[in-house]
Design a protein around this ligand. Structure first.
Ligand SMILES: [Zn+2]
Length: 124
């Protein structure tokens, strides 16, 4: 192992959404995103990293999608996309989403290291 690691703790301000996500960036550039979120409505939920870790005004204060390379929004498999565009996660009828994603864009070569020393990123 030995790659860069980060953890995001998710808490809902006015509801029961919570969970945690682990980010592990391997030396080969792939970032593994794993964890569990509970309290969601069943079905698909957009899953993005936002630029700011400020949750004082809910999603309104988290800024745009994390986009250090100034690209257009896209899907997780698109060549052109925000680094924070991770597609959708799926919550079951119990409201639980098990997250297991491998992604080559989210690191953009530097962001986990940069964000870890800057401000904790917000993962939604
Ligand atoms: Zn986006």
């Amino acid at each position: 192992m030995g790659g860069l690691k980060a953890v995001a703790v998710i808490t809902g301000g006015d509801n029961s959404i919570k969970g945690s996500l682990q980010f592990l960036q391997d030396h080969n550039g792939v970032t593994h995103v794993r964890g569990k979120i509970v309290g969601l409505k069943p079905g698909l939920h957009g899953f993005h990293i936002h630029a700011l870790g400020d949750t004082t005004n809910g999603c309104n204060s988290t800024g745009p999608h994390f986009n250090p390379l100034n690209k257009d929004h896209g899907g997780p498999l698109d060549a052109i996309r925000h680094a924070g565009d991770l597609g959708n996660i799926v919550a079951g009828q119990d409201g639980v989403a098990e997250v297991s994603i491998e992604d080559y864009h989210v690191s953009s070569g530097f962001n986990l290291q940069c964000k870890a020393s800057d401000q904790a990123p917000l993962y939604l």
